[in-house]
Design a protein around this ligand. Structure first.
Ligand code: DGL
Length: 278
């Protein structure tokens, strides 16, 4: 049993979809979230840069003495997790493997289409994770470069422009007739209903939810679930623009965000005096 917090980071506010699932699967846990809003997007950056950012984000989160760090960003999980794990003194969980496991379970050996950012697609992390579980499953990937900004703009599943763009992205994956569409980006769960409408024969799988379930399993195995009952607190930290994070982030979290703390570059890189989350 452990009342230490679970730390979570993402390139910005998309990882709040993972937090939302964590709050459902692990309601009593204290969560500390860091959104790297000053350096988002990660989805167009190289693996060297993403690894450097990921190490810095973890170093920041380690100040809260977490029992687990969740790399909620698909791009950071795809490009940096393997190099990050041996550098960190606490267990790390990414979103790629849980997403791949959930997709394989639901595919019944038929095709899986992965929708993700440019960098995640280029890394081939999802096809690798899927083929490690079942080498015979056909996998097709599609990068959806404009989807993140349209979702952040507030366009939802019933928005015409978003649906037209999504239909174009899905055109190339249709030839596989996939059994599963795997949403391999933090933002995409917000438009899961549109994906389901446009691909009615496929099951839509969301890595956020699969990751929260995997976190629960991992903490149970570690005997590190909280002793607290009731709802655990969420503490949000960002590297820029806390106001925007609060306004837009509520849609990702599914409820209003009360407090967001800005971490200045001096605090982020040099100070080590933040108080542990209670
Ligand atoms: N969080 C990123 C991901 O899940 C999407 C936004 C970005 O490109 O940074 O891949």
């Amino acid at each position: 049993m452990s009342d230490q917090p679970i730390a979570v980071f993402d390139s910005g506010l998309g990882g709040l979809t993972v937090v939302r699932s964590l709050q459902q699967h692990l309601p009593g846990e204290t969560l500390v979230y860091f959104g790297d809003t000053a350096r988002v997007p990660y989805g167009t950056k190289t693996s060297k840069t993403v690894l450097q950012f990921a190490v810095q984000n973890c170093d920041f989160l380690l100040r809260f003495n977490p029992k687990l760090i969740i790399v909620a960003c698909n791009t950071a999980s795809a490009l940096a997790l393997d190099d990050l794990i041996p550098r960190m003194p606490v267990p790390l969980l990414g979103v790629v493997k849980p997403g791949a496991v959930a997709a394989v379970e639901r595919s019944a050996g038929r095709g899986i289409a992965v929708l993700a950012t440019e960098a995640t697609v280029a890394s081939e992390a999802y096809p690798r994770a899927i083929h490690a579980l079942d080498p015979n499953i056909p996998v097709i990937q599609r990068q959806c470069p404009s989807l993140v900004s349209l979702i952040e703009e507030g366009r939802s599943s019933d928005d015409d422009i978003l649906r037209r763009l999504l239909a174009e992205y899905l055109e190339t994956v249709k030839r596989l007739d996939p059994a599963v569409i795997l949403l391999g980006c933090t933002h995409y769960p917000l438009v899961a209903p549109a994906v389901a409408d446009l691909m009615p024969a496929a099951t839509v799988v969301d890595s956020a939810d699969a990751t929260a379930a995997a976190a629960r399993t991992l903490l149970t195995e570690m005997n590190a679930l909280t002793t607290r009952t009731g709802h655990g607190k969420l503490h949000c930290y960002v590297s820029d623009n806390p106001q925007r994070f609060r306004e837009v982030g509520g849609r990702f979290l599914g409820q209003p965000i009360r407090e967001v703390t800005w971490v200045s570059p001096e605090q982020f890189f040099h100070e080590h005096t933040l108080h542990p989350a209670k």
